[in-house]
Design a protein around this ligand. Structure first.
Ligand SMILES: O=C(O)CCC(=O)C(=O)O
Ligand SMILES: [Fe+2]
Length: 219
């Protein structure tokens, strides 16, 4: 019930928020909030990512060494600047902040990518019982572009037929679930390889229930 409701509540709110546009796609609820972060916030976040980044992890077995080649790291949730960013996200998203995982930063150098994946959890995987206990399914994802690579690095939703070019300060928000609250296969997305320059983003994943602080920073 909640998973369907939260989809509606967030979509309604974002549809009526200034500077937020819905990306036309019949099968996916995807929004762009323009200039959500300002230049100095982006610059500060990039510095913070550089201080914590390590080769990215994935949740569950993945045999493809090229699957997620970026570097990533969690931002310190006790840092006052990170808390300010958290409050901005909380003002935009009508989901209680307790449902949000720790903000994760990611950096992609030339050739690095995050191959097509879903952010929702596969409930037939060995990791699921732990995730179920620590907040359950992922609902919405918010992702912010902190800079603009000179080429490549788009966030694409191949099933939904949408490709978004990184724009400094823009936020993407999408529902990983259907209107009925089930995993939405159309939410499949990929961080395309950076071809020139470097790409920095931060991501926050929301859970159906308060997040229990279990496995974080993993996909
Ligand atoms: O970097 C991107 O464009 C995609 C990142 C992503 O899929 C995620 O953080 O879940
Ligand atoms: Fe993702």
């Amino acid at each position: 019930m909640y998973k369907a409701e939260i989809g509606r509540i967030v979509s309604d709110r974002l549809s009526h928020t200034a500077n937020v546009v819905k990306v036309p796609s019949p099968q996916l609820d995807l929004f762009v909030a323009r200039n959500f972060l300002d230049e100095s916030e982006c610059a500060m976040l990039i510095k913070m990512i550089d201080a914590v980044r390590q080769p990215s992890g994935v949740l569950g077995p993945n045999v493809d060494p090229d699957y997620r080649t970026s570097e990533s790291g969690n931002l310190n949730p006790w840092d006052p600047f990170v808390q300010k960013i958290e409050r901005k996200i909380a003002d935009l998203m009508p989901i209680h902040p307790s449902h949000g995982e720790t903000i994760q930063g990611q950096r992609y150098a030339v050739g690095q990518q995050f191959k097509p994946h879903h952010d929702f959890f596969y409930t037939d995987q060995p990791y699921w019982p732990d995730q179920e206990k620590s907040g359950g399914q992922r609902t919405w994802t918010v992702m912010m572009f902190l800079n603009e690579p000179e080429a490549g690095g788009q966030t694409a939703f191949p099933e939904a037929g949408v490709k978004i070019t990184p724009k400094t300060g823009n936020l993407l928000a999408w529902n990983n679930l259907t209107a009925q609250g089930y995993p939405n296969s159309y939410s499949l997305h990929t961080g395309m390889p950076v071809e020139k320059g470097v790409k920095y983003v931060i991501t926050k994943w929301f859970r159906e229930r308060p997040w229990g602080g279990g496995a974080t920073g993993m996909m």
